[in-house]
Design a protein around this ligand. Structure first.
Ligand code: BES
Ligand code: ZN
Length: 874
């Protein structure tokens, strides 16, 4: 009879849980646990079945008691208890219909504390010189069912009362504060307050040795950061950001933080960056801890953004939860967007909104593939959920929110959000529920506008040209492989002309239009040079392709420093994407880059750098004859700002300059600039002999590591071995990651192989191995051979984690030819698994896109001449 419930995307809704009493007793030595769940179930429709989720659990007993307000009847046992493995459901069948109303379902079960970093798992750490296990949960998206049987869907909200039995010397945390603790011998029973209504994926437990530091928000919410024993200093920065963010969100959402406490814990083995469990947020160590001596500026920024992101979820996600995974983007896109709002308020000097364009750009990159998906995506099976935690849900999601925010205005947007949170608190909402509230607040047709962005895959490129004081605009879908596709978006268009004061807004609803820009043009003073920029400050999720005349105007505006940082970035980002799609030539992209030669801002240069590296990567394959010359031009372009900054930190230097130095030097090393490589190596050996020396601060350490590896060969392995030594001695995750990320960047095949094999040893944590797959173009063949050879082992060790996608993506996307794409496809044809299928398809498509780009580069007839001119001039 369990047959009836197989293959369904969602659980039947004839019964719903209201309250869970969960008891768990983990054995941290044997890595197993036993437990019981007593669930108050509301039977809503006549049924002989209870269907809920369970996976990797052995169900020991199950029974139902009927309750009235005063009595609990004898228990009834099901006539059959079936586990449907492929659907991860537990089907209990009774011999007659269950009475409508509340019953108590009691299930006893047991399971393993796994190594997969999901469900209820173990993580290793060192305590007083001994290796220990801690027990940790990670339930999002669909893994609460691996810890206890439950209705494991976001819309089945219930209250949770957790009780744990653990060794008495350990710290045991859950979502709510402790209500009672009883010590009996070596064990203690810890009970926690009942939670408010919440979804299963937000339940959490952490058990191990920890120290903490704490603070209070102005409203008295207790916030703690838990770290490894003796390391609480590293939690100070995150604690400060957390206290400030909570205060900010309380005002922004106009609702206080919903729980009495918030704990944040650093977990050594952790699959993602962080997880927003209600009241008990878990993090990878490198996303929470900040060490004044060992961490870099970019680490500081990542910690701030991660904390701000997870705390935003406490309202947006936890208090108001998506109704189904189709609306995941509401959670992730929104938390991403609002985290920038918080970080901008706390650290205005970071210019974080300009850096937000990274998100937009990564969303656009993925969404330019035909293997992309709409923001609101149909989910037919639980195993499809993990794959959509991608740049569409995060980057595109956050960007279309920014677009709407800018269209409606900050005040209106905030008011609507506050009423949305109030209206759906402790409940669930769909995308259209948010649009309805925004529509009511603004009076604008939000739903129609936004549907065109969230229900439709892809985004448009708008081609513009001037036609006697009319601006002719034409939209079509932008695809990286240069193909065209139909699709029309409702586009909030902004245009400014020769100054930011002289601007106009339009809504483009059709494929093409003639826009009246007479007034804009008339306002341009006689003395001023004419330029026109669309998509002011890049708030829109679309690209713009200018005709030659308008493009020349913009180049002038860049050189004359007339544009905002975001617009300078937007122009180079659009131009490089158009070039990749063969809708613009490499020679004109290089000339455009040249216009940035006087630039000194971090955010803009950071873009110039990434475009430069993308070009350098493709020219080796595409035009080997010109490749050295092109790299020389790029080196000259980046060298002048790099020389201004030098290698040593200046007193009182800005956060952004510190990050810029690292990026510029790294780019110069990757471009093979001998002076930079040699200086990196020189500093490395001083540092190796004297770790307290100031020649290699954390910010530029990886530059030196990569320089060392670039010169490392089989006959002189000293660099590789020295790096391994530092890796083994380092006890801080950020430092370990810098090393892992450098080891495979040698051009020498046997060193690359040694570095890759090292990733499979037990010196590298499961989670960290993907960080080490940073192979250069010269090493990619050996990387691919290695992946094929080790595939069986790799897939066994990582296939049940989302990390397997990382292995596929990191190696596959290095290639740039149709033949290789075919070969890779064939290799995986009988090895495909749903966990990495999407990643593989997307990576293969990006390989083909690069191959297509190479053809474009080869047919660029003016390239040689333009490059010579640029090199001579620079
Ligand atoms: N809810 C996610 C964590 C998550 C990711 C759970 C994937 C299940 C699958 C969390 O809020 C998140 O988005 N974390 C990010 C960090 C953030 C700063 C973007 C992460 O883990 O990368
Ligand atoms: Zn998130």
């Amino acid at each position: 009879m369990a047959e009836n419930f197989k293959g369904q995307p969602r659980l039947p809704d004839f019964a719903a849980p209201r309250h869970y009493d969960i008891f768990l007793k983990p054995d941290l030595l044997a890595c197993i646990f036993s437990g019981s769940a007593t669930i108050t179930v509301d039977v809503l429709l006549p049924t002989r079945f209870l269907v809920l989720n369970a996976a990797d659990l052995s169900i020991d007993t199950a029974s139902v008691c009927l309750t009235t307000t005063t009595t609990i009847s004898n228990s009834i046992s099901p006539v059959s208890t079936d586990v449907v493995e492929e659907d991860e459901i537990l089907v209990l069948q009774f011999d007659s219909d269950l009475p409508l109303g509340q019953s108590l379902l009691r299930i006893a079960f047991s399971g393993t504390l796994n190594d997969d970093m999901r469900g209820f798992y173990r993580s290793e750490y060192e305590y007083k010189g001994e290796v220990k296990n801690m027990a940790v949960t990670q339930f999002e998206s669909v893994d609460a069912r691996r810890c206890f049987p439950c209705w494991d869907e976001p819309a089945f909200k219930a209250k949770f009362k957790i009780t744990l039995e653990v060794p008495s010397e350990l710290v045991a945390l859950s979502n709510m504060p402790i209500s009672e603790e009883k010590i009996i011998g070596d064990l203690k029973t810890v009970s926690y307050d009942e939670s408010p209504l919440m979804s299963t994926y937000l339940v959490a437990i952490v058990i191990g040795h920890f120290d903490y530091i704490q603070g209070l928000t102005p409203d008295g919410v207790q916030v703690r950061v838990y770290t490894q024993v003796g390391k609480t200093d590293q939690g100070k920065f995150a604690l400060d950001v957390a206290l400030k963010s909570l205060n900010l969100y309380k005002d922004y959402f106009a609702v206080p933080y919903p729980l009495p406490k918030l704990d944040m814990v650093a977990i050594p083995d952790f699959a993602d960056g962080a997880m927003e469990n209600y009241g008990l947020v878990t993090y990878r160590e490198l996303a929470l801890l900040f060490d004044e001596q060992l961490s870099s500026a970019i680490n500081r920024q990542d910690v701030a953004i991660t904390v701000a992101h997870e705390l935003a979820h406490q309202w947006f996600g936890n208090l108001v939860t998506m109704e189904w995974w189709t609306h995941l983007w509401l959670n992730e896109g929104f938390a991403s967007w609002v985290s920038y709002l918080a970080v901008d308020a706390i650290f205005p000097e970071w210019n974080i909104w300009t850096q937000f364009l990274d998100k937009t750009s990564s969303g656009m990159m993925l969404d330019a593939l035909s293997e992309s998906h709409p923001i609101e995506v149909e989910i037919k099976h639980a195993n499809e959920v993990d794959a959509i935690f991608d740049s569409i849900s995060y980057g595109k999601g956050a960007s279309v929110i920014r677009m709407l925010h800018s269209y409606l205005g900050a005040d209106c947007f905030q008011k609507a959000l506050a009423s949305y949170i109030k209206k759906y608190a402790y409940a669930n909402a769909k995308t259209e529920d948010l649009w309805a509230v925004l529509e009511e607040e603004s009076g604008e047709p939000v739903k129609d506008l936004m549907n065109s962005w969230t229900k439709q895959q892809g985004y448009p490129v708008i081609s513009v040209k001037m036609n006697s004081n009319k601006l002719h605009v034409f939209q079509e879908q932008f695809l990286s492989d240069g193909s065209s596709a139909s699709g029309t978006w409702i586009i909030p268009l902004t245009i400014c002309c020769s100054s930011y004061e002289n601007s106009k807004k339009f809504i483009l609803t059709s494929k093409s239009d003639q826009l009246d820009v007479d007034n804009l043009i008339l306002q341009v003073g006689k003395q001023e040079t004419f330029w026109m920029k669309l998509n002011t400050n890049q708030t829109g999720f679309y690209r713009v392709k200018y005709d030659d005349e308008l493009a020349a105007g913009l180049k002038y505006a860049i050189q004359a420093d007339k544009l905002s940082l975001m617009d300078k970035i937007g122009i180079i980002d659009d131009a490089s994407a158009l070039c990749v799609a063969c809708k613009g030539s490499l020679s004109s992209l290089l000339s455009l880059l040249d216009a940035y030669s006087m630039e000194s801002d971090y955010t803009v240069l950071s873009w110039v750098i990434s475009v430069s590296l993308k070009i350098a990567n493709v020219v080796d394959d595409a035009t080997p004859d010109l490749s050295d010359k092109i790299k020389l031009f790029l080196i000259k372009l980046l060298n002048s700002p790099a020389e201004k900054l030098g290698w040593d930190v200046k007193d009182g230097e800005s956060h952004l300059d510190t990050m810029l130095r690292a990026e510029l030097l790294m780019a110069l090393v990757r471009l093979g600039n001998t002076i930079t490589v040699d200086e990196g190596i020189r500093r490395f050996y001083i540092f190796l002999n004297d770790r307290n020396s100031s020649v290699l601060p954390p910010d530029i350490r990886k530059v030196a590591y990569v320089a060392v590896m670039q010169k490392c060969t089989t006959s002189d392995k000293m660099g590789y071995e020295s790096l391994l030594k530092i890796y083994r001695e380092a006890d801080q995750s950020q430092e370990k990651m810098r090393i892992l990320g450098s080891l495979a960047s040698s051009p020498d095949k046997s060193i690359v192989l040694a570095a890759l094999n090292f990733l499979l040893t037990d010196e590298v944590r499961n989670r960290d191995a993907v960080y080490g797959l940073k192979v250069s173009n010269q090493g990619r063949e050996i990387g691919w051979e290695w992946l094929k050879e080790n595939w069986e082992y790799v897939s066994k060790r990582w296939v049940s984690t989302p990390l397997i996608s990382g292995f596929v993506k990191s190696i596959v996307s290095l290639f740039a030819s149709y033949e290789k794409s075919k070969e890779i496809e064939e290799f995986f044809s009988n090895r495909l698994k749903p966990t990495f299928e999407r990643a593989l398809k997307q990576s293969l498509e990006s390989v083909k896109t690069k191959a297509h780009w190479m053809e474009g580069v080869r047919s660029d007839e003016s390239l040689a001449e333009v490059v010579s001119h640029l090199v001579d001039k620079a």
